[in-house]
Design a protein. Sequence first.
Length: 385
Amino acid sequence: MILPDNIEAIETVNQHGKYLLDILNDILDLSKIEAGDVNVELIECSPVGAVKEVIELMDVRAIEKDLSLSVRFRNAIPERIVSDPTRLRQILLNLVGNAVKFTEEGFIRVELEYLERADSNRLRFSVVDSGIGLTDDQVTRIFEPFSQADSSTTRKLGGTGLGLAISNRLAKRLGGAITVDSNFGEGSTFLFEVNAALAVGSGFVKSREACEQQVSKQSTKPPSEASNLSGYNILLAEDQAVNQILISKMLKQAGADVTIVDNGEKVLQAIEAAKHGRRSSDPIRPFHVILMDMQMPVLDGYSTATQLREDGYAKTIIALTAHAMSEDRKKCIDAGCDDYLTKPVDRPLMLSKVAEWKPKKSPRSPKTAKVQRASKRSLRRWLLK
């Protein structure tokens, strides 16, 4: 049994594990790029949609630091261009994530501008912040692998020092590069352009207001709402005691009720037992979300998720796994999971994903819920291809 006094030490180990996992994933990405193993998929995509997704992902972190996160469109933006939407999002996530990390007060602003030129049309992204800024010497080194502004940055804020190196190489694969304009103590502007041929039949979002309406979900919720799980009943399926303690503590601190089981057979038993609970006062109530480790004994998470879906279970299943590759995510979705989290678990990301699947106030019939879940899983599989 793990004593409460040891929980802080366990959380420290968990954070170090997450840091090591980040390093390994970044090294793998950089190695693939350097070896030419990263393919660029030029397909029709929405640049406004890419920005919208990044803003929605980063908004929780910005709100936690009381930062303004906004979008500005300098001119009319194409509805669809030909580019690689996955790599666009990856670059933007890194730049916006860095801006949030290195800004203690003030703002982060993402700007878009479409440039029509004789040789090729371009789309320019700028990420502007009021953060700590960079010296001239730091600017010259910032795109080198394992480089950060100074040695205290890693100790204070974390990070591998590989994000900008990876993003800059990806930008080059898309026909551009990242540049930076910064003054120490006054903030920074990271800018990159990519080739952006108009998709066949694409029009323009002609007004700035119309563009901004498409990303208008940002910065509208109070900080507590994103992590408020009050009223949630969650089934945590995890066989490791340390993970049981850490994850259940995170969920309970956010207001959720948590039931813990340690293998897939017990998941099926708990779901069956919960069918008989109908009132909030019942000792066993239906679960809103299942958080399920995929490598459990007796019956693993993949088989459990598949069995639940075959039995008509329509509620949310979120996979937990230490495997962080895209094919691992696809395997989880194909098994019947709605979403996917890697371990060590990132607390804000986990709470955000659980909250994303919050049950609607108006209940759906089991048949309708099943159809909607299946449609959403089909969409996720398509996005992963």
